[in-house]
Ligand binder design. Structure first.
Ligand code: TYM
Length: 332
């Protein structure tokens, strides 16, 4: 079976709406059709400082959220990155086929390090995309469902796989990004030309799935729109309105055209109230589900133990082949 893989960082208490619509929703759909691997990249999380206790807690919460939105441990392999040491083993080999300039061109690194300052930005932040390439290449993956902001990292992953194969002989599958254009970039409600992100300057444009629906409704009511009063989908000239329409389309599965038509003669107030209602309907059951899952640590631990065992089985085959191809002596 063809294989799909993706990850979400355990760096906040709740997934945000961009994570869900841009990526995790597709994970749920793809697990029927593909051999699916979904994981929590805790090793990526520590590329910026994390409180150890909080990180552990958020790792569990992230798994619980995946289960709550419908990732199914019967169909998908669910694991924590640090439980699969083969990923770190492959990372080193890939680091040695990555050009310094190539790594320096990663825009996410440039943005994050500009924010942190040169000394606060660690080398881990710099090599982050190589670890991400190892996450993917260790599993011989065909498709990687992600949001738009990960596209460049996927390009690097493909380049590294091709380079390795050319230099040492074919050991790695060259993966493709699976990006659903319409939903690949959900925007900040207060700043609708920037992506919704947990690292934005204020939380007022960020919708967390596990927030009180009332709190999110309030944020949606104060979402930035524009000065005319026409409800139309036009990302260029009406980014705020288009973002709300996109959120509606994603959560209802309705066609954009049909949604826009339904707003003929209505105002921005209606658009906002209805978007908030649609969101509330989706998120309301999630909080209870997450709490239920977290209240049974043995259940969650069991899923992660099975997931790690299965993941290691697959990744160790790749690492053995890669180690052999680069000329490492087999230990006896
Ligand atoms: P992370 O944890 O930042 O985000 C998880 C997923 O959410 C997507 N996303 C968005 N999509 C649409 N609109 C937005 N505003 C938005 N914000 C975030 C991201 O594109 C991502 O798909 N480096 C990755 C995690 C990772 C990974 C991997 C992914 C580590 N190893 C291997 C795939 C394969 C990251 O930081 O995602």
């Amino acid at each position: 079976r063809r294989r799909v893989l993706s990850g979400i960082q355990p760096t906040s208490d709740s997934f945000h709406l961009g994570n869900y619509l841009g990526a995790v929703r597709q994970w749920v759909q793809l697990q029927d059709e593909f051999d699916a691997f979904y994981f929590i990249p805790d090793m990526h999380a520590i590329t910026v400082p994390q409180d150890p206790t909080v990180l552990r807690e958020r790792t569990r919460r992230s798994v619980a959220q995946l289960l709550a939105v419908g990732v199914d441990p019967e169909r998908a392999t669910i694991y924590v990155q640090s439980h699969v040491p083969e990923i770190a083993q492959l990372t080193w080999v890939l680091t040695c086929v990555t050009g310094f300039g190539e790594a320096s061109r990663m825009t996410q690194f440039k943005d994050k390090s500009a924010k942190a300052g040169t000394d606060a930005a660690g080398v881990g932040l710099f090599t982050y995309p190589i670890l991400m390439a190892a996450d993917i290449l260790a599993f011989q993956v065909d498709q990687v469902p992600v949001g738009e902001d990960q596209r460049q990292h996927l390009e690097l992953t493909r380049d590294l796989a091709q380079r390795f194969n050319k230099r040492y002989g074919k050991a790695l599958t060259v993966p493709k990004a699976y990006i659903v254009e319409e939903f690949a970039k959900i925007y900040d409600l207060q700043n609708p030309t920037a992506k919704m992100s947990k690292s934005a300057d204020t939380e007022s444009g960020l919708i967390n799935l596990l927030d009180e629906p009332k709190r999110s409704a309030k944020k949606i009511r104060s979402a930035v729109t524009d000065n005319d009063r026409v409800i139309a989908f036009d990302r260029e000239n009406k980014p705020g309105v288009s973002n709300l329409l996109t959120i509606q389309a994603a959560l209802t599965g309705r066609e954009m055209e049909e949604i826009v038509q339904s707003y003929e003669g209505k105002g921005y107030g209606d658009l906002k109230v209805e978007t908030a209602d649609i969101l509330a309907e989706f998120v309301t059951p999630l909080r209870g589900k997450v709490d239920d899952i977290l209240s049974d640590p043995a259940y969650l631990d069991g899923i992660l133990a099975d997931g790690a065992a299965r993941a290691r089985e697959v990744a160790s085959v790749t690492v053995a082949d890669v180690y052999d191809k680069v000329g490492f002596l087999l230990p006896r």
